[in-house]
Design a protein around this ligand. Structure first.
Ligand SMILES: Cc1cc2nc3c(=O)[nH]c(=O)nc-3n(C[C@H](O)[C@H](O)[C@H](O)COP(=O)(O)OP(=O)(O)OC[C@H]3O[C@@H](n4cnc5c(N)ncnc54)[C@H](O)[C@@H]3O)c2cc1C
Ligand code: FES
Length: 373
């Protein structure tokens, strides 16, 4: 994931960095630890930190029965974002730090940051946020990342195409277009199951009725429970010149795959910008017998059935490998596989090379393994 967030340090960072360097110096570290200073600061003021962006929840808004928006006020270490980017949200669940990437549904200049999260059945972090994150609470945020953003020079005709919770970064793009007063032709096409599942429904209906800042905006809502399953043929009906419009796409895997295939089949020349929330692959076949995975650095071991990624299986065994996107983009879960065979879930390829770098979130065990974890 490329980071397009503001790259200049904030003035708070300019003050914090030398302090952090000083506190990490072995002579100082022997007397006072950085972690102790951080604990004291957070005790006095929960958003205070020398090292991480911490954000206070200002408001919580229900969008649909299973989707909620949190408005967040970040501390002075926040470097800003571009509409369409996402952040890693870190919080604590049962005493353990957990994190997931979430798109910012707000555009820069909208006021507080916003994340909009849909509960996933059985999902660890989405349900934890819904169940526990209240006004006044504090979460930690990573820097804004991602290249699902608008160009400096806007195309005169464009399409924003989303389904389900995929509307979140796309809504940020629409809000940014409104902020920039774009007078080109904008088709906002969104697919939801029922009217009750429409996220940002009030705002969309108001924009569809009248938006002087976006004179060329046309909103096309497809409610599949009443209209039937959406197919890319519906795009052609709503936006006849779709093939010539730069398009920003986000939604469930099947939806994104169908649109991508449609683009390829019709040889559409206009760029198709994609943001995925979920992996593009199907879960791997379980092995006949579980295999043993040695996490060499921590001295721990776990059994893997091979039926999901090594990241997920390591977490289920109580390990906490570093990670970010969990879908093979950011490389933060990369580690050395010392020995054994893994399958790359993106390509299906098997690899038995010793001492190779693998990404845990897109690799499944196919034999006993030793990992540099
Ligand atoms: C770049 C990026 C931006 C994202 N932005 C948003 C956002 O704005 N709003 C949002 O609600 N989610 C967003 N997600 C998804 C989010 O990161 C989590 O994956 C999601 O909240 C589920 O996490 P969990 O811990 O609840 O579920 P987990 O315990 O991690 O997983 C539960 C199961 O749900 C599946 N799953 C995960 N996400 C989805 C999904 N979206 N639809 C269907 N099944 C899913 C997993 O594959 C797994 O099988 C984004 C993901 C990425 C990579
Ligand atoms: S967590 Fe991002 S590549 Fe694995």
């Amino acid at each position: 994931m490329s980071s397009l967030a503001a790259s200049h340090p904030t003035s708070a960072e300019r003050i914090a960095r030398p302090l952090v360097r000083l506190l990490r110096h072995p002579l100082v570290d022997n007397v006072v630890r950085l972690s102790t200073v951080e604990d004291v600061m957070q005790h006095v003021r929960p958003t205070a930190s020398l090292t991480e962006v911490r954000a206070r929840v200002l408001a919580v808004r229900d969008e649909t029965p299973d989707t909620r928006t949190w408005l967040l006020q970040p501390n002075a270490l926040w470097r800003g974002h571009q509409a369409g980017q996402h952040v890693t949200v870190r919080t604590v669940r049962d005493g353990r730090r957990v994190q997931r990437p979430y798109s910012l549904s707000s555009a820069p200049g909208d006021g507080p940051l916003a994340i909009t999260v849909k509960r996933q059945p059985g999902g660890l972090v989405s349900n934890h946020l819904h169940d526990t994150l209240r006004v006044g609470d504090v979460v930690a945020l990573g820097a804004a990342e991602g290249d699902f953003v608008l160009p400096a020079v806007l195309p005169t005709r464009l399409t924003l195409l989303s389904a389900g919770s995929g509307i979140t970064p796309v809504m940020a793009l629409l809000r940014e277009l409104r902020r920039r007063g774009h007078d080109g032709a904008i088709a906002f096409v969104h697919v939801c199951r029922t009217p009750q599942d429409l996220i940002f429904g009030d705002e969309l209906r108001a924009l569809a009725a009248r938006c002087p800042e976006l004179p060329g905006l046309r909103v096309h809502l497809h409610v599949s429970a009443s209209t039937g399953r959406w197919t890319p043929a519906d795009l052609a009906r709503a936006v006849p010149d779709w093939a010539g419009r730069a398009t920003w796409l986000c939604g469930p895997s099947a939806f994104m795959d169908a649109v991508s295939a449609h683009w390829a089949t019709h040889g559409a020349r206009a760029p198709l910008h994609r943001e995925r929330f979920t992996p593009a692959w199907t879960p791997p076949q379980p092995l006949d017998m579980p295999v043993a995975v040695q996490a060499a650095r921590s001295g721990r071991a776990f059994a893997s059935t091979g039926a999901s990624s090594l990241l997920l299986q390591a977490e289920q065994a109580g390990l906490a490998p570093q990670h970010g996107c969990r879908i093979g983009i950011c490389r933060s879960c990369q580690c050395v596989k010392r020995s054994g065979t893994v399958q790359n879930l993106q390509t299906g390829a098997l690899s038995s090379e010793p001492n190779e770098l693998i990404r845990l979130c897109v690799s499944a065990a196919r034999s006993d393994l030793t990992l540099d974890l």
